[in-house]
Design a protein around this ligand. Structure first.
Ligand SMILES: Nc1ncnc2c1ncn2[C@@H]1O[C@H](COP(=O)(O)OP(=O)(O)OP(=O)(O)O)[C@@H](O)[C@H]1O
Ligand SMILES: [Mg+2]
Length: 315
C-alpha cells in the first residue's frame, strides 16, 4: 500500500535520511525505531509530503505522491504529530473536526463522528469544550489520535504518539491501541524510540540509525537474527525481557520433548507469551502446563532451555 524507494533528504550541512526503502502492506503496522536524530520524523513527513525529499519516491496504492497535491494526501493519510500538535486555541471538539470541516462534512455528521471517537478512545464527553492545556498529557495524545482518525483515512502516520507519558500510562494506552478494531484495519507507520513499544505494536519493525534503515523484520526476526551489533545493542540488557515478551509457547514447542502432561496440568493457548506462561507457572502448585491439544508437559526449566536453543548466542 505504501512503497518507499531510495528516499533521501539532504540539508546543506546534514543528511537527515539516506537511501531508505521499505514497503508497508495494507492493514500492516510498521514501526520505525531509532535513536533521537536518526531520521524517523523526516522519513514519516516525506510520506505525506510535509517534507519534500531530495531524491527517491513514495507511492501510495501505486500512485506517486508527487502526482497528488499535499492537501489531497491529508485526506487519505491521518497524521499524529510528535508532541500531539493540537491547536491550543481550538477546543477538543474543534481540533477533532479540522479535517472533516475541510472535507465540508455537515454538522450532524461531524457531531456523530466526534462522539463516536470520544467513546472509542474513552475520552469524557465533557472535555469536548475544553482546551488542550486543560487536559492531561495522555488525554491530549488521545485527542491527537482522534483528530487523525476523524475522516477515517486508510493510512495513519504516528510520530511518538505515546511520547510524553509515564510507563504505566504508556502500557495502558498501548494495550488500548492494540485492541481498537478501527486501528487494526488501518495501514500504520509508527515512529518511536521505545523498543518495547516497537516490539509490542509492530507487525514489522525497521531500525534506523544516522539516517539509514539498518534492518527491517518482524519482532521475532530482529530478536533471532539482529543484522548488526547496533541492532543488538538496541535491545541491550533487556534482551531477555523482550524475548519473553515476543516469543510464544508455540515458538518453543518444537524444542520440548513430548511427555504426558498428567491430569494436574493447566491448559494454555499456544499464542501465550513465554512471560505470561512463566508467570503462571510460578503461581501454580503443580508447576506444569499443557498447551492446547499438544500432549506436552512444560515446566519452567523446559521454557528456559527451549529459549536458549531458539535465540542466537551473543558473539
Ligand atoms: N530543517 C533541517 N535542517 C537541517 N537539519 C535538519 C532539519 N530537520 C532535521 N534535521 C536533522 O536531521 C536529523 C534527523 O532529524 P529527525 O527529526 O528526522 O530525527 P528523529 O529521528 O525524528 O529524532 P527524534 O527522536 O529526536 O524526534 C537530525 O540530526 C536533525 O538535526
Ligand atoms: Mg522525531
Amino acid at each position: 500500500m505504501i512503497n518507499v524507494r531510495h528516499l533521501t533528504k539532504r540539508y546543506p550541512n546534514h543528511t537527515a535520511v539516506e537511501d531508505v526503502s521499505f514497503a508497508v502492506r495494507e492493514q500492516e503496522t510498521l514501526v520505525l525505531l531509532g535513536t533521537s536524530g536518526s531520521g524517523k520524523t523526516t522519513t514519516l513527513k516525506m510520506i505525506n509530503r510535509l517534507i519534500e525529499p531530495t531524491s527517491g519516491t513514495v507511492e501510495i496504492n501505486g500512485i506517486d505522491t508527487q502526482q497528488q497535491a499535499p492537501h489531497e494526501l491529508s485526506r487519505s493519510i491521518g497524521y499524529v504529530v510528535q508532541e500531539t500538535g493540537l491547536f491550543p486555541h481550538y477546543t477538543v471538539g474543534e481540533n477533532i473536526a479540522i479535517v472533516p470541516r475541510l472535507l465540508h462534512w455537515d454538522k450532524d455528521r461531524i457531531r456523530n463522528r466526534t462522539h463516536e471517537l470520544l467513546a472509542m478512545l474513552r475520552l469524557p464527553e465533557k472535555q469536548l469544550n475544553a482546551y488542550p492545556d486543560q487536559l492531561s498529557g495522555g488525554q491530549r495524545q488521545r485527542v491527537g489520535l482522534a483528530r487523525a482518525l476523524a475522516a477515517n483515512p486508510p493510512i495513519l502516520l504516528m510520530d511518538e504518539p505515546l511520547g510524553a507519558l509515564d510507563p504505566i500510562t504508556r502500557a495502558e494506552i498501548r494495550q488500548e491501541f492494540r485492541n481498537l478494531d478501527e486501528l487494526r484495519r488501518k495501514t500504520v507507520v509508527l515512529v518511536t524510540h521505545d523498543v518495547r513499544e516497537a516490539l509490542e505494536l509492530g507487525d514489522r519493525v525497521g531500525v534506523m540509525d544516522n539516517g539509514r534503515l539498518l534492518q527491517i523484520g518482524t519482532p521475532k526476526e530482529l530478536l533471532m537474527q539482529p543484522a548488526s551489533a547496533f541492532v543488538q545493542r538496541f535491545f541491550g540488557d533487556q534482551v531477555l525481557a523482550f524475548q519473553l515478551q515476543v516469543f510464544t509457547l508455540q515458538d518453543v514447542m518444537p524444542y520440548i520433548l513430548p511427555e504426558s502432561p498428567g491430569p494436574e496440568a493447566i491448559d494454555l493457548q499456544p499464542d501465550m507469551s513465554l512471560n505470561d506462561a512463566l508467570t503462571l507457572l510460578t503461581k501454580t502448585e503443580s508447576g506444569v502446563l499443557r498447551v492446547g491439544d499438544w500432549p506436552i508437559r512444560i515446566r519452567a526449566v523446559d521454557i528456559w532451555s527451549a529459549l536458549h536453543q531458539l535465540v542466537p548466542k551473543s558473539p
